[in-house]
Design a protein around this ligand. Structure first.
Ligand SMILES: [Zn+2]
Length: 136
């Protein structure tokens, strides 16, 4: 399991970039080697690494996606359907496609994530534990 950078910074997945920035500065002061006489600089490095990833919306998004993917793989969820991007339907949300689940809720897939070819995407249902697998 990769390091949870949100935990490292003391913020959450829903934090805004501004909140993350503030959390980063707080942690930086807290763990700065000059102010920390325990001699343990690992946390300081973790904080810097977390900021490197979460400090930019683009890399943050990538990190979020990777974490979600990892989580799904670990959980070994039941697969509702194996699809190609063409099986997905346009949703009312811009840039988002969906596929209806048997539970009545939907699987939402951002069009952006389908751009990368030859990848296998796992998407969780909004309403139950099933997932769909989309092969691009
Ligand atoms: Zn469902």
């Amino acid at each position: 399991m990769r390091l949870n950078y949100y935990k490292v910074l003391g913020c959450g997945e829903n934090s805004t970039q501004e909140e993350i920035k503030r959390a980063y500065h707080r942690r930086l002061l807290q763990f700065h080697p000059d102010k920390n006489d325990t001699g343990d600089i690992q946390e300081f490095h973790d904080v810097k690494e977390a900021w490197r990833i979460l400090g930019h919306p683009q890399s943050r998004k990538k990190y979020d996606a990777a974490c979600k993917q990892e989580q799904l793989e670990e959980e070994d969820c039941p697969v509702f359907a194996r699809l190609s991007p063409n099986d997905l339907e346009e949703s009312a949300l811009e840039g988002t496609l969906f596929y209806r689940c048997r539970c009545g809720e939907n699987y939402f897939v951002e069009r952006e994530t389908l751009r990368q070819k030859n990848t296998v995407l796992q998407v969780m249902c909004d309403g139950c534990t099933f997932i769909i697998v989309v092969e691009t």
